[in-house]
Design a protein around this ligand. Structure first.
Ligand code: NAD
Ligand code: G3P
Length: 329
């Protein structure tokens, strides 16, 4: 039997534990909150996120001891927001992941270091690139809970390893496919969150679907320009791990980033939007990282720049979106 450690207590970790445990893998599940662990052990539900999902505790062992959770696992899935990765892993020794496959389910970068999660794991924990996978694709935890048809893409330099992980995920409502462009899909997942923030901001300012469609079309060009400058490769951005993920985030009622942007467009401060959400909009942190990286690349990224100016430079959302309106074709 596969032994899988899942790290994180939010919506996505909860959805992944549902998928994997229903396939009868043994899951050690680390949540930082001891109260949530006790609730899960007693009632079989995560009290905070997608709490309608009931777990079979014959397959799921919740714990708030991260060392124990990771110890015997051959797969370790990281599903905490990027901003809290360093804090979460700080209790682990540097060789904690030796001989294991690390799977990042995170769509974000390490703030300050401005590196992808896979690069962070290689640099700080010595996990070789070929021992890593990422989970990509347009998939909201809320729809997994409802068992709505979903598609995941598993990126890895080691395609056989990615295929092995796909096999652990596939079920009646989840299709999973391997892909070797691990860095491309990781960067794209980071950038789509920034675009969803921009879509939310525009919506909050009362722009409609016509404008959003043009925003998303321009965003695809912005993502392509950035990826080509950062890591040139012939890739088909029409694939669901790229365009599909952008679309679900930009349009879905479940999107954290769009919701956060919408509040900013309606006049909330960053702090009040964060307090009201209870969930983490990765794009808030990502825009700072991408802005920093682009100081070196110097490619044209008008949407990213507008979101950065609004969130970090005190620019007025109305003025920034008005400026974009003139640039878009
Ligand atoms: N939710 C989805 O549908 C979905 C889908 C694909 C990928 N992801 C990615 O999964 C990752 C996890 O996001 P999520 O949606 O599960 O989170 P979430 O927004 O549902 O929940 C927030 C999480 O952040 C944790 N948290 C909040 N403040 C913290 C702090 N100060 N220190 C440590 N942890 C703190 C909470 O405990 C909780 O686990 C993100 O990178 C996200 O982009 C999410
Ligand atoms: O759509 P968001 O902003 O909730 O982000 C979650 C996932 O990345 C969707 O694939």
């Amino acid at each position: 039997m596969e032994k899988i450690a899942v790290l994180g207590g939010g919506s996505w970790a909860t959805a992944l534990v549902k998928i994997l445990s229903e396939n009868k893998a043994a899951i050690n599940w680390w949540l930082r909150n001891a109260e949530d662990v006790r609730h899960l052990q007693q009632y079989g539900h995560n009290p905070r996120y997608i709490s309608g999902v009931k777990f079979d505790l014959n397959f799921v062992s919740p714990s708030n001891d991260i060392r124990e959770t990771v110890k015997d696992a051959n797969w370790v899935i990281l599903a905490v927001p990027a901003a809290f990765v360093q804090q979460a892993l700080s209790q682990l020794p540097q060789d904690a992941f030796q001989g294991k496959t690390l799977v990042s389910a995170i769509k974000g970068m390490i703030p300050g270091e401005n590196v992808l999660i896979t690069d962070f794991l290689e640099d700080h924990y010595g996990v070789p690139a070929e021992h890593q996978c990422v989970i990509a694709g347009p998939c909201h935890a809320e729809e997994v809970a409802l068992e709505k048809q979903s598609y995941l893409t598993i990126g890895s330099h080691d395609i056989a390893r990615a295929e092995q992980f796909c096999a652990l995920l596939r079920n009646r409502y989840v299709k999973a496919n391997p892909l070797d462009d691990i860095d491309g899909i990781e960067y794209c997942a980071v950038m789509k969150n920034i675009i969803a923030l921009a879509c939310g901001i525009a919506h909050g300012l009362n722009y409609g679907d016509n404008f959003q469609a043009v925003m998303v079309s321009n965003a695809m060009e912005e993502i392509e320009t950035f990826l080509d400058a950062m890591m040139p490769l012939h890739r088909d951005l029409k694939g669901s791990a790229y365009l599909g993920d952008l679309l679900v985030t930009a349009y879905s009622q479940f999107s954290r980033n769009r919701t956060f942007g919408n509040m900013i467009g309606r006049g909330y401060t960053v702090k009040s939007a964060q307090v009201e959400m209870n969930m983490v909009a990765e794009g808030y942190y990502a825009v700072q990282s991408i802005h920093e990286l682009n100081k070196r690349l110097k490619v044209e990224m008008p949407i990213t720049t507008a979101v950065y100016n609004i969130l970090y430079n005190g620019a007025t959302p109305g003025a920034e979106i008005d400026a974009l309106k003139e640039k878009f074709k």
